[in-house]
Design a protein around this ligand. Structure first.
Ligand code: HEM
Length: 404
């Protein structure tokens, strides 16, 4: 067997430290591991010995393989500080932590609501919301925190729009959503915000049942989902779509400001937006790490993964694999970055990716067009990064520009 052929190497720990002075690059050790072998033995913080996948082909194969489970309670956490005897199962409505057939049931109900066509229809609203926020930034004058003024509220309002949160409730909704992803919030405050949001969404579900409107939650009240399931799904959609898109806009702007040639290309070539967004998704890999547990013994890339072992999926290593993308550490908006794994792969591939794309394709070019002299208002090393968090990004992005 593969096990006899190759002696087991020493397990490594998950590299988490990004190189000093380059907030966009993954931890340097990942490239070394990937060059040695696509699958490394990995020691987990709780003592479990499992695996770490770093090549594009291994990550892709794992994410699409039904012999691996996504159920949280079967996984060992790869992140230090989160080690616990057993991870709790996914809360109701959380699609990423469940397997078929439960997953299939939810996914079938939701897929039709997130098609390219449906999301394109939202483009006009995204344009309107971004323009309103750019107007407000202009009125306020420089410097502003781009996260607070733009990167966070635009996706937050789009989720409100999609779910059908009435305008009178949006402020409450926004406030709790901001606490959920905020730098200054304690973990207890974040848990409290999630549970308040669940209550808010639950109320909303009851209101939509009584008086349906043209939105996702109203649509879903005609399915066989219970109110608790609907509230869970609504809250999960909010959580899944907020930090991610907000950090792509925040960190994406930071990356463009750090690569002025690329920012200039985005400004001068309006047709570049779609490609630029794919490249930013690849280069930044904000959802940097995933995990799966083997349900049976699996042979992959000459290694034997035993039933019960956790495999950590390094999306950021896969997206910088030189076998898949030439010159992978360079941000090049002109490259064809399709095939990146930033939205995952297989049955759990991001449900909201078309919405996220519409938001980024509108928000990034509009920002750079509105402020031709946009630049950081602090030295780059003073931008507070979301170090060690599940979703990479910036907590704040102070920017400035020359007023006309
Ligand atoms: C799943 C990334 C935006 C909803 C995922 C996964 C990734 C991801 C990597 C797969 C997780 C896994 O395999 O375990 C991103 C990124 C985004 C983004 C980088 C922004 C740029 C959104 C938005 C929404 C959304 C806007 C909703 C409105 C979801 C949902 C899932 C998911 C519901 C679970 C799908 C499933 O398990 O079947 N996302 N996402 N995401 N995402 Fe996103």
């Amino acid at each position: 067997t593969a096990q006899d052929a190759a002696p087991l190497p020493e397990p490594v720990q998950l590299p988490t430290a990004r190189p000093a002075g380059c907030p966009f690059d993954p931890p340097g050790e990942l490239a070394g591991l990937r060059a040695q072998q696509p699958l490394s033995r990995m020691l987990y913080p709780d003592g479990h010995v499992g695996w770490l996948a770093t090549s594009h082909s291994a990550v892709r194969a794992l994410a699409a393989d039904p012999r691996f489970s996504s159920r949280y309670e079967l996984l060992h956490s790869p992140f230090p500080g989160l080690e616990m005897a057993e991870m709790p199962p996914a809360p109701i409505g959380d699609l990423t932590g469940i397997d078929p057939p439960d997953h299939t049931r939810y996914r079938r109900l939701l897929t039709g609501r997130f098609t390219v066509r449906r999301m394109r229809e939202l483009t006009a609203r995204v344009e309107q919301i971004t323009a309103e926020h750019l107007d407000a930034m202009e009125r306020q004058g420089p410097p502003v925190d781009l996260v607070k003024a733009y990167a966070h509220p635009v996706p937050a309002l789009m989720i409100c729009e999609l779910l059908g949160v009435p305008s009178c409730d949006r402020e409450v909704f926004q406030r709790h959503a901001a606490t959920l992803s905020g730098l200054d919030a304690t973990q207890d405050e974040q848990f409290a915000a999630y549970s308040t949001l669940q209550d808010v969404v639950h109320e909303l579900v009851l209101a939509k049942r009584a008086d349906p409107t043209d939105d996702l939650l109203s649509d879903l009240t005609t399915s066989d989902l219970t109110d608790t399931e609907l509230a869970g799904i609504g809250t999960f959609l909010l959580a899944a779509g907020l930090d991610t898109t907000a950090n792509m806009i925040g960190l994406g702007t930071f990356a463009l400001l750090s690569n002025p040639g690329q920012a200039a290309a985005l400004r001068s070539e309006p047709g570049l937006a779609d490609q630029a967004v794919e490249e930013l998704l690849r280069y930044l890999s904000i959802a940097h790490t995933g995990a799966r547990a083997a349900l049976e013994d699996v042979e992959l890339d000459g290694q034997l993964i035993r039933a019960g072992e956790t495999v950590t999926i390094s999306v950021q290593a896969a997206n910088r694999d030189p076998d898949r993308f030439a010159d992978p550490d360079t941000l090049d908006l002109h490259r064809k970055a399709t095939g990146h794994l930033s939205f995952g792969h297989g049955i759990h591939q991001c449900l909201g990716q078309q919405l996220a794309r519409v938001e980024m394709r509108v928000a990034l070019p509009a920002l750079f067009a509105r402020f031709p002299t946009l630049r950081l208002a602090v030295p780059p090393e003073e931008v507070p990064l979301r170090a060690d968090m599940n979703i990479h990004g910036v907590h704040r992005l102070p920017v400035t520009w020359d007023e006309a």
